[in-house]
Design a protein around this ligand. Structure first.
Ligand SMILES: [Zn+2]
Length: 307
């Protein structure tokens, strides 16, 4: 018997990732292409990739999930606003996709899909509640409560990257000031280091990490500050939700203990002891595949299967 498979797409500002998972969440096919700029191009690329997926699939594709960057409205079934992908804004996605996606499909926000992926098939497997924080050029997040994705009233829940952790901090692209994302994500680690040292030659967080490891005090301090803000954010999450797990993913996690240890210490100081004690803070395990695996799994549960 051919296994039934679920397809997932993860559309970010730079890459469109896609894949197929089996019932155990294993990727049986995956690929990526550069994100097209306009909606016309995006739809034609999606149509072409969808054809390729069905042709190469080692079984029947029963559903398809999409994780799009931006605020996805559950009621209007469209992205209201996408900071990294403006052509999605207000576009009627469902009728456009229905023209060529010939299986049941579902759409949600990309960070929510990543959290759902970790919950079903990654480091969050078996947990009843978790929060995923993906720390990279921004901070994406999603919340699982009582074994379900918490979408909120309109679909806009889980924007932990935009809670205020520093009222006097820098202006965020969301319009607020001192968001967790502006204070803790990779670009801030770089800018802070540049401000402290005047060095303009260090332009990505990997280079700052390399310098920190070789003992550069300003690089260590820049990581420590971002880690502290990440800890403040985690403390808020722990006090608010009392989750079983907080999973940390994204490029900055490769800094390992330099980021995680001070972040966890700060979270301990900022949260209630019993809730902190009951929360395991761990690395996410699906890396860049979390979003497409989550989108596929999300569509798959609707299509009637239990993974
Ligand atoms: Zn913000």
């Amino acid at each position: 018997m051919t296994p039934s498979l679920d397809a997932g797409f993860d559309l970010g500002g730079t890459r469109l990732k896609f894949g197929l998972i089996d019932r155990q969440g294993r990727l049986v096919l995956k690929g990526q292409v550069p994100s097209p700029g306009s909606m016309d191009e995006l739809l034609s690329v999606l149509r072409e990739v969808w054809g390729r997926i069905k042709r190469d699939a080692p079984g029947k594709v029963r559903s398809c999930g999409f994780g799009f960057a931006g605020f996805y409205s559950r009621r209007q079934r469209r992205i209201l606003q996408s900071p990294n992908y403006p052509s999605l804004d207000g576009f009627p996605l469902v009728p456009a996709l229905r023209k060529f996606i010939d299986v049941p499909f579902r759409i949600d926000n990309d960070a929510n899909m990543a959290a759902f992926g970790e919950f079903r098939h990654g480091a969050g497997r078996g947990a009843r509640s978790l929060v995923l924080l993906t720390v990279g050029t921004g901070i994406g997040s999603g919340i699982i409560l009582d074994g379900k994705l918490w979408q909120g009233e309109g679909g806009f829940a889980g924007e932990i990257g935009h809670i205020t952790v520093n009222p006097d901090g820098e202006v965020c692209k969301c319009g607020a000031r001192g968001c967790l994302e502006t204070e803790a994500a990779a670009p801030r680690i770089v800018r802070r280091y540049q401000e402290m040292t005047g060095a303009r030659d260090a332009t990505d967080s990997k280079e700052i990490f390399r310098r920190a490891r070789s003992g550069d005090a300003a690089a260590i301090e820049s990581f420590r500050k971002s880690a502290a803000y990440l800890g403040i954010g985690m403390g808020i999450v722990i006090n608010l939700l009392n989750p079983e797990k907080i999973l940390i993913g994204g490029g900055v996690v490769s800094a390992g203990r330099m980021l995680m240890e001070p972040a966890v210490q700060e979270a301990r100081r900022r949260s209630n002891a019993p809730a902190f004690a009951g929360c395991r803070i761990e690395k996410a395990s699906l890396g860049n595949d979390a979003g497409l695996i989550g989108a596929a799994a999300w569509a798959g549960i609707e299509a009637g299967g239990r993974a």
